[in-house]
Design a binder for this molecule. Sequence first.
Ligand SMILES: [Zn+2]
Length: 327
Amino acid sequence: MVGACPGCYKPQKKLIYCSDCRRKLFDGVKVPPVMRFTSPAGSDSEAFERHILKVAIPGSQPKYSLTLEDDELVLTKGNRKGLFLVKTQPERGDFLHAAMYPENEHLTMQIASSVFDISTTINALVFFSDETPAYLTRRFDVEPNYKSFQQEDFAQLKERSIKAQDYTYEDVGKLIRKYVAASGPAIIIFYRRLLFNYLFSNGDGGLGSFSIMRSHLGDYTLTPAYDLLCTKLHDSNSPDTAMDLYTGVRRSSYYLKHRYAGTAEFIVLGEKLGIPASRALLLIKAMLDKSLKAIKMVEQSFLDQESKAAYLHLFSEKLNRLTTTYP
Ligand SMILES: [Zn+2]
């Protein structure tokens, strides 16, 4: 891991955040990537017990709040809102490549932002003093003065008349149209995120994975993407999509034959969201054109060799599904 920025993988002489990452993560402060305390599994476990965040967390990764104090990251004291969140690997459960959880999320978020121009929360890899890696993210809903933005996810905003498990991405599109003022651009952003989740085998992109927040102008916008990772790397039963693309997708002739969605189903979804078929196809093609850049980033990542191979295998499987089924 020495020789690259643990934020963006840029080559570095030492294990330090590059100046770009320092600026985005810490407003320019030189924060060391290795923290002074051990991981929750280490000797500081009691301190973590007191600090674990009691919030509804999709998935099973423990999450802790961190604050910058004297240029170092420390566990947030009391009920203050920390500017950062740190996620460790799951402490329980039977997961494949479990130790790679933090880097999987970091890598997938980096691919989303720097290869696919998807707006994400600012993130990096950080290390405990025992060298265990963790995923670090800067909260987008807290300003440096700890003033919070009003943020709500679609699990909170969903129509009560539809059960959460019956929701499709088409329905989420309707919620975006209802709540977001500039809904046209937001629908395109949403559609590209769905394609990204599909390509990178993220089976956790449910209602809680999409949020809106009130801007300074008082209207609602989609928040940056968060919680992006290749869930299938850790759980072979992870679904292709957390929700069906639209009602009836499982009855399409392609789906019935293959048991999964292809390009045609994504184009139908686009149309249901209000994106003309020709535009949807261009959006899909533009994403597929970036695959080599994505593969390069996986190779640069801090995943171990076995996980890199598994991650790339899953990616190529999804690429094939979309490239071989152009209408
Ligand atoms: Zn960097």
